[in-house]
Design a protein around this ligand. Structure first.
Ligand code: GDP
Length: 234
């Protein structure tokens, strides 16, 4: 897997190795693999069933209100959206929401093919953030993504979002249960956290995980063991 970054041509004096997520901006949309930006640099992809809270999570991560559209227009959700970060060559990727009820089967299959092509062939993919509604974890699509990470070895971070909908006890026990289940399959390649876009809880934890994938050399020394259950916001 391609992890060489920064490129040799990039002088360290001008290279800012800090990701400022709030500076993320839309780069392009792709309906097919060949429309994606060149497969160089490093990127982290967000996946999730429709309505899981993926767009809200991307917006909370980047402290922006409308970077990822929360609209439910089926036409939009079939595109792979690329967001450029302030550090050259680093990107966030919003994969098509899956499971939108009104989409015809043929279109679902079409998405699945392109999603599959992206996941199978994208060399610069460093990790997948799988967003699940904490009240409805590990549905069929989630299982498919876990299986895909299991077979390719691409690291997985599970974001159990909408934790504000549960009390702390049930939220924690769901997290521990999912963590145990996934650790048995993916070992060190998986991490799980709770999150709330509404309360903005868990944002720092998510940023640290993405940093560790996109800036691995820097984070090797700096990333502390993070508490994967963020404190409840008041
Ligand atoms: P997507 O289809 O996965 O991109 O989901 P969205 O981000 O559009 O969210 C789906 C719905 O869940 C919207 O009505 C959001 O306002 C709501 N939502 C998303 N995240 C949270 C959260 O953390 N807490 C609560 N209570 N609602 C959320």
């Amino acid at each position: 897997m391609f992890t060489l970054w920064p490129p040799e041509s990039c002088a360290m004096s001008t290279f800012d190795p800090v990701i400022h997520y709030n500076l993320a901006h839309f780069e392009t949309s792709a309906a097919r693999l060949d429309q994606c930006p060149p497969d160089i640099g490093a990127e982290v992809a967000f996946a999730g069933r429709s309505n899981a809270g993926k767009s809200s999570a991307i917006n909370a991560l980047t402290a922006q209100t409308a970077l990822a559209r929360t609209s439910k227009t089926p036409g939009r959700t079939q595109l792979i959206n690329f967001f450029r970060l302030n550090v050259e060559g680093l990107r966030l990727v919003d994969l098509p929401g899956y499971g939108y009820a009104k989409v015809p089967v043929a279109m679902k299959l079409h998405w699945q093919r392109h999603l599959d092509a992206y996941l199978q062939h994208r060399e610069c993919l460093q990790g997948v953030v799988l967003v699940m509604d904490i009240r409805h974890p590990m549905k069929e699509f989630d299982e498919m993504m876990v299986h895909w990470c299991e077979s390719t070895g691409v690291p997985l971070h599970v974001l159990l979002t909408k934790e504000d909908k549960l009390k702390r006890g049930p939220a924690k026990s769901t997290m521990l249960q999912i963590q145990k289940q996934l650790k048995e399959r993916l070992g060190d390649k998986v991490s799980v956290q709770t999150f709330s876009a509404l309360k903005k809880s868990g944002v720092d934890t998510l940023r640290q995980r993405i940093n560790s994938w996109l800036l691995p050399d820097l984070n090797e020394m700096q990333t502390p063991e993070v508490d994967l259950i963020p404190p409840k916001a008041d």
